[in-house]
Each structure stands twice: as structure tokens, then as C-alpha cells.
Design a protein around this ligand. Sequence first.
Ligand code: F6R
Length: 247
Amino acid sequence: PVTVYENQHQASKRVAERIATLIKNKQSLGENAVLGLATGATPVRVYEELVRLHKEEGLSFSNVVTFNLDEYYPMNPTSKQSYVTFMYENLFDHINIEKENIHIPDGTLSKEKIADYCIAYENKIGELGGLDLQVLGIGRTGHIGFNEPGSAPNSGTRLVTLDDLTRRDASRDFGGKENVPTKAITMGIGTIFKAREIILMAWNTKKATIIKKAVEGEISSDVPATYLQLPENTEFVLDKDAASELT
Ligand code: F6R
């Protein structure tokens, strides 16, 4: 299903409410809520609202386990552009999540260790009960996580090469495309598909063309987000601008 909101504030609030409801439902069962999280501009207001719910309405994250989708490779976690820094600044520093419940792919591993690490990351998600909810943004290449065009629908967590357009879109954060890492570790499309619920969010007219392809285009690895047309448990949450090219 596709839901279109007036603006990204309203949409983000709605997504944060869904996350909060999941966390509280799990709390009442004495279980953990396992969240798959994204970075980038898109989820910033969702995290802002979750922080507000924690500070003003007492929402507790003590039973929350998180797995981030991706991290650049190589990447030092203390670097300003790392997804570790992003997640702590935008969410984890402001809520009562247990540090050991946070999982973000490690951008510091030596090349030979990556394959085993990725299998372990994948297994860990399963051991902790599987993802209850995965939130996603979408890149202008149609990537979800860093699953660029050509990614297989059954792909797992792995090292990938970033598309040129993805690196260009990240160049502002890195002060030039040449400084953007050429690779990343990302959950696969198959990893994402195992989540019990998936929410893909997109805002602004600059996402309108790729959203049209993702929602209405032929399902193909050329636009990995088209795979999300298949599962029933996926919702595209859009603002009016991102939805403006939909028929
Ligand atoms: C980030 C991620 C990416 C972004 C996408 C959109 O963890 O997995 O797929 O969601 O590149 O980025 P923004 O939100 O910055 O437009």
C-alpha cells in the first residue's frame, strides 16, 4: 500500500507512532522489539519524534534492539560521516537504549574478515527474533539499504560497490565525491524481506521520479526498490511531492 501525507512532518509523526506502538505492545508481552533502521536525511524527523516521545511521554527503549541497514566501507565509527555517528547524534544519545542492543555494520574490518562478519550479522538478527519492522529510505538509483541496481532479491548482508550517483549524492557530506568511500556493507534485499513489516519513506520532488519507478514500474533488479511491490507487509509512506508523479 501507498500512503500519501501532506508533508514529511505528518508522515514522520505517523511512522514514529507506529514504532512506539510496536515497542509498547512488545513491552506488554515482555518481549524485545527488533527494529531495522536507516540513516540519511529521510528518517531524521522520525528519530526526532521518537526522542520527543521518550523525553516528554516516557516511551522507554529498554526492550529495543536495533540493526542498522548499512555503513560505508572503509569507515571509522568516530568519523563525522559514519553511520555510527549519525545514529548516536540523531537517536541513540537521546534515548534509554542499551548499548549492547545496538548493531551497526563495522566499517573497520580487514577485507578478509568481512564475509564471516556479514554472515554473523545476518545470524544475529535471526537469533534475536528477526526484524519486527524495517524502515527504509530510497536512493535515486532505486537502492534500498545500499542494494544498488543489479542486486538480487535473495541477497544477504555483504560488501557492495556504491553506484556513481549514490556517491555524487553523498558528496556534500564528504566535501567532494572523491572522498566518498567506493564501498559499503549493507543488509541484503533478502535480509530486508524477512522483516515482519517494512516501511519505505520518501520526501521531496527529487525522489518523485524514482518513486514512480519503484511503485509503478516493472519489477526488476534495475530498480531494487521495485521488489517491495511484492510483499503485502510493505507500506510506501510518501509526502505529496515524492508522490507527485504517481498516476
Ligand atoms: C541509509 C540507506 C540509504 C538511504 C537512501 C536515501 O542507511 O540505507 O538507502 O536511505 O540513500 O538517503 P536520503 O534519506 O539521505 O535521501
